[in-house]
Design a protein around this ligand. Sequence first.
Ligand code: NAD
Length: 295
Amino acid sequence: MNIKNITIIGTGNLGSRIGLQAAISSYNVIFYDISDSALSKAKASLEKLCNQLIKSNLLLEAKKEEALARIEYAADLKKALTDCDFISESVTEDLAIKEKVWKQIRDLAPTKTIFTTNTSYLLPSQLASISGRPEKFCAFHFHDVFYARVVDIMPHSGTDLSLIPLLEELGRKLNQVPVIVKKESPGYIFNFMLMALIGAAGRLKTKDIASIEDIDRSWMVNFHMPMGPFGILDSIGLDTAWHVVKERDDTASQAFGSLLKEYIDQGKLGEKSGSGFYTYPKPAYRDADFLKKAR
Ligand SMILES: NC(=O)c1ccc[n+]([C@@H]2O[C@H](COP(=O)([O-])OP(=O)(O)OC[C@H]3O[C@@H](n4cnc5c(N)ncnc54)[C@H](O)[C@@H]3O)[C@@H](O)[C@H]2O)c1
């Protein structure tokens, strides 16, 4: 199958990145979100993202307008799915919302359309049957798209396995390194390991063993990393992390969930809202002397 037309369902933090990369890779892209205002927000974020990519030498200035011109916006799902070859779904990490969206897609997508979800911690088998096309349903999970270029391909037991080479090829065309998760597993490969790190950082903080800054410093110095677990949480989005943590019933996760909720209730969602554990666009961990201080 020749994929030409890609529809992005949910154009927030991740959906807009996936859509922009698809447009840079010469696909025709349609952005669909729940309202015109969500689409306007996505459009504005693309402008910012492109400028950031140009500054980091990841996009040529001359290619920016060409890529943006390949993106259309639709708040009407039927319109967004006309002639769609491939869906990448990135709506809020909430099972009930995703179920609702896949039910709507089921009734409107052409028969040729391949269905993928970018969920971070849900399993494709939780959505496959509701999509009405379990054999065409697979997880195709990105990380940050531009700075962390790995895409997880994770089928469920009912996925037609002939989809896998096609998704691998698409992943490469989208400038990602495809990796295959042979068995359904929450968090795929990297996120499974990342959850252990973030969970441990959360415990160190909620038990008041160390400050957020010192937890991050410790990780940054030992692994020569540009940010620590709390900086990572800011880039993921505290709301997205909370949706994952709140599903866990152990006391450490519950305590960590409460900490995240305190920030969320103050509108501090991380980098995307201008503040989270740190303040953006110049978070303290990027200060030249951050690693020298202790707090
Ligand atoms: N943030 C990350 O670092 C990251 C990384 C990989 C995967 N993901 C996954 O991507 C998905 C989206 O995460 P995000 O961080 O981009 O969240 P986000 O909150 O930034 O974006 C979610 C988008 O979904 C839209 N939406 C909500 N309900 C909808 C509906 N009924 N119909 C259409 N659109 C709807 C919202 O308007 C919003 O634009 C989640 O499944 C998340 O687990 C996130």
